[in-house]
Design a protein around this ligand. Sequence first.
Ligand code: CA
Length: 226
Amino acid sequence: MHILVVEDEPEMAGLLARGLREESYEVSVARDGRAALELSAVNSFDLILLDVMLPQMDGIQVARQLRGWKTETPVLMLTARDSLADIVKGLDAGADDYLTKPFSFTELLARMRALVRRSQFRRKNVLEVQDLVLDLTTHRSFRAGIEIFLSLTEFRLLELLARNTGRIVSRHEILANVWGPGREVSENTLDAFVRLLRKKVDESSESKLIQTHRGFGYSLGAVRGA
Ligand code: CA
């Protein structure tokens, strides 16, 4: 597992590199944004830890450039505390997650593992939520190993919920993403689709994945923090 640490403060960079090497990660360090891009161009990293405040080119610009290159390496952004503007800009630029400084090394490791796991699934082009598996290449879906037969619209609806596991996807978001803007789809149609989907996905299983949040929308699995 090869990690790129992008951090200009020598002490912090040293601390991260040492800690990660102790965890058996291979570590490269870049001291500014330009060096980070140069290293990324010639290495295939499994994850990039990206400080936002960097000389020459900041972390936001680096993240944007990486996504411009269609790099699939997950990016975990490290930001100064309380800079919500940075966080939003970073996520918009293509960072996958962020940690605010100071953070605990244990939490950093946990976030890194989660990101790497997610990116491995993405590379396989498969989404997994508990025993539900969606193959995004073939549009086939399985629950506990048994194939569920879905229409394309049902599949897209389930895919949207699966990509947002643990959070409520609003009705508005579903209508915009599954049917696209400008399509006249009534809220009743949406309810009907969810009913069908629930029947196919949850009926024969003990654990009910599709949750209704009345007046808001739907989620797949329990909602974080709820
Ligand atoms: Ca910095």
